[in-house]
Write a protein that binds this ligand. Structure first.
Ligand code: ADP
Length: 404
């Protein structure tokens, strides 16, 4: 079966067509500047080559974006399918499933309504995800669709891990709690770790470190999430590209009062102008921050130190939460590609039985990135690099659900 993966943003639509026979990517594309009134952009790559690079008229809405995607996929010259009918199902990435979804689901009107109900929890992403779903359902009415939620894997957390210490009524009335994100990646990577080590997930306590532009850590005990660093929104946790990560909430009021900002203006700063970017003043991209730090920029060095220190603290606390740890796994843009950061994060963890093999770890320097154990042979705790693949995870869920 060929499965189309769709990730809709408020003005964009990313897609990938996967052949489930060998899980190969047949086509990958991006429609941008949807509904912005300016010229839209559509690019589609097949076998890594751009077959569409379109920048012409404005793109009115997500329905039009879906039509553009389908006409590229079915193009008679370069298309990868003869007709839409060859696409067996569509898997949609959805940010917030709230407490309602602990697994992926086949989309029907009730699921659409539940995603809509979760808009207050995911105000930036859920409306856009929903637009993508509605547009695809309109354009491909006979094709089954599945929603895969970023929050679902974390639904197994116990209340002591997901509750915030504010009055209980806010949980009851407003559903205020930790939800966690990147769940599809943490699930994929932790499951793959068990397979790679030839172990049963039931016998493993794993800490997965998804370190990208957005970063989160997850404690996975016996295959289930027991804690994660992101919260009611993706703002909580370690320092990220542009997000502050955790801090005393009083910082928000203090800065608002002194700078004449509203809470939402301040939260926008915490989400978009903080983190590596805000501290270093250089960039949100770790490569630029690393370069600047190497050249002696003290704020870039500080940003890097804060990130490393933050990750180390979460690793220590999750080891405590699970009464130990068997594997620590690095994934996503920074986790997979930045060997030096892995080396620095794992310094001095011998007290806990985790010892990195500096040479093995360095051998994985970009572009030689692949699944590997990078801990020393005598390390009790395995340290691994497992590249994440959220699209494949979404495609597998979709196939499983529509085959039932
Ligand atoms: P997103 O959260 O947007 O999916 P990614 O997982 O792509 O982000 O991670 C982006 C981060 O990964 C950036 O900080 C970037 O510096 C880092 N990164 C990506 N590729 C490399 C590379 N080849 N070497 C070092 N760092 C990289």
């Amino acid at each position: 079966m060929k499965i189309l993966i769709v990730n809709a943003g408020s003005s964009s639509l990313k897609y990938q067509l996967i052949d489930m026979q060998d899980e190969s990517t047949l086509a990958k594309g991006l429609v941008e500047r949807i509904g912005m009134g300016t010229k839209g952009h559509h690019e589609c790559k097949i076998d890594g080559k751009k077959v569409v690079d379109w920048n012409e008229a404005p793109i009115e809405n997500h329905v039009q974006a879906c039509q553009m995607m389908l006409s590229a996929l079915t193009d008679k010259d370069f298309g990868v399918v003869k007709s839409m009918d060859e696409i067996g199902a569509v898997g949609h990435r959805v940010l917030h499933g709230g407490s309602k979804f602990s697994a992926s689901v086949v989309i029907d009107d009730a699921v659409e309504a539940a995603i809509e109900e979760n808009i207050p929890l995911g105000p930036l992403h859920n409306p856009a995800n929903l637009q993508g779903i509605r547009a695809c359902r309109a354009v491909m009415p006979g094709t089954p669709m599945v929603a895969v939620f970023d929050t679902a894997f974390h639904q197994t957390m116990p209340p002591k891990a997901y509750m915030y210490g504010v009055p209980y009524e806010y949980y009851e009335k407003l559903h205020v709690r930790r939800y966690g994100f990147h769940g599809t990646s943490h699930r994929f990577v932790s499951k793959r770790t068990a397979e790679f080590l030839g172990k049963n997930p039931e016998d493993l306590r794993i800490i997965t470190c998804h370190l990208g532009n957005g970063s989160s850590l997850c404690a996975v005990d016996k295959g289930k999430c027991v804690d994660t660093s992101m919260g009611i929104t993706p703002l909580e946790g370690v320092l990220m590209g542009t997000r502050s990560g955790s801090m005393d909430p009083a910082v928000v009021e203090y800065i608002c009062n002194n700078e004449g900002l509203t809470v939402s203006e301040m939260l926008n700063i915490c989400n978009k102008k903080s983190g590596l970017l805000g501290i270093s003043g250089v960039s949100n991209d770790m490569r630029d921050v690393d370069d600047a730090a190497t050249k002696g920029n003290p704020r870039a060095q500080l940003a890097r130190d804060m990130l490393v220190y933050g990750i180390r603290k979460y690793i220590g606390s999750y080891a405590a939460a699970m009464n130990g740890v068997d594997a620590i796994v690095f994934t996503a843009g920074i986790g997979e590609n930045n060997y030096k950061l892995r080396e620095d994060v794992m310094q001095g963890f011998e007290f806990m039985g985790a010892k990195i093999d500096v040479e093995k770890n360095k051998a994985l320097a970009w572009p030689n990135v692949h699944e590997a154990v990078v801990s020393a042979d005598d390390s009790k705790v395995k340290i691994l690099v497992i590249p994440t693949n959220e699209e494949i995870a979404i495609a597998r869920d979709t196939l499983e659900l529509v085959s039932k």
